[in-house]
Design a protein around this ligand. Structure first.
Ligand code: ACO
Length: 406
């Protein structure tokens, strides 16, 4: 306002006020009753329940139910939900053949988003966002099929066979077997791995209006179906500043190790802004304190690596890096603390997943949150298509000049 360069009201193509808030740092896009975060106090709750209690006592399936339906299920409700999901784990045979079409070295995230997008073509009886039964069906289908799709994306990248789901197994057990088992060979489930993965999925299950969830809502606000909206969310999660950070953390730890494990010199590099190097797994738009999920995961990483006999140098580098950063003014002044991704990669690696799969595992965990947020939005009587305004800063009106006279 009052600028010599722009008449704001004209550039907006309207009169009246508009808020310019790049990155939506201070703009709420919706009302939500799902997840509560107090970033200064390091508090995270799903439907009012502290994340620490859910990580300790709940399971991924139960937490998914809580997020989507608003209350913890009774035993009978949880059993019925579980049974329903187990009935939908298979992919249509033609969808299975999609996996053959991608290049062998394809990153599994675009494979995942493409396959989820394709669900709209195979399951056309569950696309109406305003039909409660169809929404229920697409919810169950997505929850049941995403682990199968994710495991297939992994097998594809390894050049290994795709296994059919075994519905005697739980969602997490089934996912591990499809990811690592071989046809006609018994797959031995390791309870340490099953519990560690289950807990990681609980910790990722929702995080209010983050980039991918806002994307799911943005796409869904045009009344796009749940599969289309979630597919868009998966693509948003692919970026290195969001879900891609867990893979980036491991790459960073490996490069520090390759350079002789000199943590202090890496921290110096991060503090020199000209290098453009960031301490991956540190900092968060909302948490200006320790990310409560990082505190839980740090303990889990320690226990899991110990129990699997895989305690490695990368964990020691991570611990040293965290300690140096937390006692450094650069990080203190900017309130940069470890986020959820700082330690997850180490656990995923210990479970046997290659770094390319880490973000896929994040997507598996975040799915109940995306579904819950999409359903909350669709049920909102005040639902409006998301359509931000802009501040136009391009040329004012000018006349077209034919190519020969430019
Ligand atoms: N390493 C070094 N410096 C950092 C880092 C970092 N990881 N994160 C932020 N900073 C610095 C910035 O350079 C900036 O410094 P300045 O004030 O001197 O210019 C200041 O801290 C504020 O940073 P912003 O980029 O403005 O913070 P923003 O809220 O926009 O970014 C983000 C948050 C993207 C998470 C950022 O902290 C980051 O890039 N972290 C590394 C990537 C990462 O771990 N992402 C995972 C996020 S959690 C998740 O999606 C699950």
């Amino acid at each position: 306002e009052g600028s010599d360069a722009y008449d704001v009201s004209k550039l907006l193509g309207q009169t009246g006020r508009v808020t310019l808030d790049p990155g939506f740092v201070n703009t709420a896009s919706c009302r939500s009753a799902i997840t509560y975060i107090d970033g200064d106090a390091g508090i995270l709750r799903y439907r009012g329940y502290p994340i620490e209690q859910l990580a300790e006592g709940s399971t991924f399936l139960e937490t998914a139910y809580l997020l989507i339906y608003g209350e913890l299920p009774t035993e009978a409700e949880l059993d019925a939900f579980d049974a329903r999901i187990r009935r939908h784990t298979l992919l249509h045979e033609d969808l299975r053949s999609f996996f053959a079409g991608f290049p062998r070295d394809a990153h599994p995230m675009p494979v995942l988003s493409s396959a989820v997008s394709a669900l709209s073509t195979f399951y056309q009886d569950s696309l109406d966002p305003f039909d409660a039964e169809q929404v229920e069906l697409s919810t169950v289908r997505l929850l049941a099929k995403l682990p199968t799709i994710a495991a297939y994306a992994h097998r594809k990248s390894m050049g290994q066979p795709l296994l059919y789901p075994d519905n005697n197994l739980s969602l997490v057990e089934n996912f591990l077997r499809m990811s690592f088992g071989f046809p006609a060979e018994p797959y031995e489930l390791d309870p340490v791995k099953v519990n560690a993965l289950d807990q990681l999925l609980v910790l990722h299950a929702d995080h209010e209006q983050n980039c991918s969830t806002s994307t799911v809502r943005m796409v869904g606000s045009s009344h796009a179906n749940l599969f289309a909206s979630v597919s868009a969310g998966i693509n948003a999660l692919f970026g290195p500043l969001h879900g891609g950070a867990n893979q980036a953390v491991l790459t960073m730890l490996e490069s520090i190790k390759a350079d002789g494990g000199d943590v202090a010199s890496f921290v110096r590099k991060v503090k020199d802004k000209d290098t453009g190097v960031r301490l991956m797994g540190f900092g968060h738009r909302v948490y200006k304190n320790y990310d409560p999920r990082a505190a839980i995961i740090k303990r889990t990483a320690d226990q899991v690596l110990e129990r699997l006999g895989q305690r490695d140098e990368l964990l020691d580098i991570a611990l040293e890096l965290e300690q140096q950063a937390l006692s450094d003014d650069y990080f203190f002044e900017r309130k940069l603390y470890p986020n959820v991704d700082f330690y997850t990669g180490l656990i995923y690696r210990a479970l046997g997943f290659p770094p390319k799969m880490f973000t896929v595992l994040f997507a598996l965990g975040r799915l109940p949150g995306w579904i819950a947020q999409w359903r909350e939005m669709i049920a909102d009587p005040d639902l409006k298509i998301a359509r931000p305004r802009q501040l136009y800063v391009g040329p004012t009106e000018r006349d077209y000049v034919p190519a020969g006279r430019r």
